[in-house]
Design a binder for this molecule. Structure first.
Ligand code: GRF
Length: 183
């Protein structure tokens, strides 16, 4: 039986929020780290922290079918995306409706999609941040669960700003996930 407190983290790369989600787990357990890239660097981090991993490279439908089996085997009830760089299929999202969360490095609904920090700088905004939200069929548009603001500082470039926002993500994501699995 799936248990909403048993969380799978989906990554495509280093999964830079993954360690914070694992080490900051309260009220949930990271029971699986899954990737569509067999060499995703975050997989080694997950293994070193004793978390089971699943990795498989295949076209989307085949990947998602195999992922479903792994999620069932591990009785996963909640999916947390952490730098998962492939759009989930509408069928997958429909089956997991209300049970997939994501973190996005902007104050949604501002700056959906990629390259957020450059767009914040180009717009001359004084404040940016990050958003934890439910995943729906429309990219970066599901219900907002939590947000944290981060000031833009003089002399910021995209890399500096990204690093500051990522720090805020590491605090926000575990807290928002704890609250989400309780609701
Ligand atoms: C973070 O900025 C997060 O907000 C976004 O993906 C970025 C991390 O990617 N969803 P990665 O973990 O470094 O691959």
């Amino acid at each position: 039986m799936a248990d909403r407190r048993r969380v799978a983290i989906l990554i495509s790369g280093r999964g830079s929020n993954m360690r914070a989600l694992i080490e900051g787990a309260q009220g949930y357990e990271v029971a699986l780290v899954a990737s569509n890239k067999v060499h995703a660097p975050g997989l080694d981090v997950a293994r070193s922290l004793g978390v089971p991993t699943f990795a498989f490279e295949a076209p989307r439908d085949g990947f998602e079918a195999a992922l479903e089996r792994s999620l069932t085997d591990h009785r996963i009830g909640t999916i947390a995306l952490a730098g998962y760089m492939r759009i989930l299929s509408p069928a997958f999202i429909a089956r997991w409706r209300g049970r997939i969360v994501n973190i996005h490095p902007s104050l949604l609904p501002r700056h959906k999609g990629l390259d957020t920090h450059n767009r914040v700088l180009a717009a001359g905004e004084a404040v940016t941040g990050c958003t934890v939200h439910l995943v729906s069929e429309e990219l970066d548009s599901g219900e907002v669960l939590a947000q944290a603001e981060v000031p833009v500082e003089p002399g910021d470039d995209a890399a500096r700003l990204a690093a500051r926002v990522l720090n805020a993500e590491h605090a926000l994501y575990p807290a928002a996930l704890s609250e989400f699995v309780r609701r």
